[in-house]
Design a protein. Structure first.
Length: 382
């Protein structure tokens, strides 16, 4: 029996997380400590990245990463407009200039060819996002960054479990960031992780997140830093979650695979295409309606009428947001020559933006619920 409205967000928490959080409360050691360190060790092991550093959230992780690699006011950072606003906001935090480049029409990720064409002498970094959990073409970006002496930063906020030829996201960039926000594949409520294979960058991030202290702690501050530490309550949730991650991902993947087969049989709708050797982490499953008669707003309503939650996501691209239209109000615009973002156009992103919507792919779906979602896809588009 299917008797709940089928959700696209369903937090996978159970006794394990609750027990671990209890232990933290009983210990009265709430600040970052044993559990956060245990989580970092597990995350390093799982991703194969040498250093994993916890922090307050995924946005803080991005800020730390951009600060650590030494970006300066006026530096250009190439990124995608088809993402959550935190990606480009973090570029603004450090006074750098987001340069929006279009995505690939099939993967919806930053297009390496377009990026190459947009590199100028002001470009200092490339920041792809693994959108919805599908890795960007990181081998192409790694070669490009090496060739042109650019910094490569991965926004892997949505990409726990994403791989290219078996190598986990976070291993390709000079530095990478993950979010542990409550809806993600791996959660701690609020939380973030910075990963890097570079020891110097790891030490810098560790210091930056803790008021610029040296690793010994105490009251010596060697650089301007922030308080972006997480608490051990978050660390305990994340650590317990790590043990379940492979199973949670398998469930997501089975749901997504099921939908892909159904959609393959229906004309006019599509989904993100997965290049050979790439593993989609299936954080979000979105239907592409670029060629469909039924568009997202109408489809979402019909899904709701059938007891299935659905929603459009990045229908407004980053450069179309008010904060970019009003960039002259941002403090750095007093000395940084931001472009007129109302003149930016990325036609493929602009086509995908209003033509995709999310359907439930969460691990908790029962077989019957998944079937009901699939039937709804057929009903609305078939
Ligand atoms: C692509 C992307 N980058 C960054 C973030 C920021 O993460 P947080 O919400 O943990 O600050 C998110 C969060 O949803 C995201 O999806």
């Amino acid at each position: 029996m299917v008797n709940r409205i089928i959700p696209f967000v369903d937090v996978s928490l159970s006794n394990e997380e609750i027990e671990e959080v209890h232990k933290v409360l009983e210990s009265k050691r709430l600040i970052e400590g044993v559990y956060s360190k245990e989580f970092e060790r597990k995350f390093q092991e799982y991703t194969g990245v040498k250093h994993a550093i916890t922090c307050a959230n995924g946005t803080a992780a991005l800020h730390l990463a951009l600060e650590a690699v030494g970006l300066q006011p006026g530096d250009e950072v190439i990124t995608t407009p088809f993402t959550f606003i935190a990606t480009s906001n973090s570029i603004l935090f450090v006074g750098a200039i987001p340069k929006f480049v279009d995505v690939d029409p099939k993967t919806w990720n930053l297009d390496p060819e377009q990026v190459e064409m947009n590199i100028t002498e002001k470009t200092k970094a490339i920041m792809p996002v693994h959108i919805f959990g599908l890795p960007a073409d990181m081998k192409a970006f790694r070669d490009m960054a090496d060739d042109k002496d650019l910094i490569l930063i991965e926004d892997a906020a949505q990409a726990h479990g994403a791989r290219i030829d078996g190598v986990h996201a976070g291993n390709f960039g000079d530095i990478a960031t993950f979010s542990l926000y409550a809806t993600k594949n791996l959660i701690s409520g609020e939380g973030g992780v910075v990963t890097t294979n570079n020891e110097e960058l790891a030490e810098k991030v560790e210091s930056l997140k803790n008021h610029g202290r040296t690793l010994e702690g105490g009251y010596k501050h060697v650089r301007v830093g922030f308080n972006y530490r997480m608490t051990d309550l978050q660390g305990a949730i994340a650590s317990a979650q790590m043990d379940k991650l492979p199973e949670l991902l398998e469930r997501r993947s089975a749901n997504a695979q099921y939908y892909r087969k159904i959609i393959d049989e229906i004309e006019g709708i599509d989904y993100q295409h997965i290049p050979n050797g790439f593993t989609h982490a299936d954080y979000i499953f979105a239907i592409d309606t670029r060629e469909a008669k039924v568009k997202p707003n109408e489809a979402v309503q019909q899904f709701k009428d059938n007891g299935v939650m659905a929603r459009p996501i990045y229908s407004t691209l980053s450069y179309q947001q008010e904060n970019f239209k009003n960039i002259h109000e941002w403090r750095w615009s007093k000395c940084v020559p931001y472009p007129d973002y109302t003149k930016v156009h990325c036609p493929i992103s602009e086509a995908i933006g209003p033509n995709h919507f999310e359907i439930p792919v969460v691990p908790s779906l029962s077989i019957e619920e998944r079937e009901k979602v699939a039937e709804t896809i057929q009903k609305v588009f078939g």
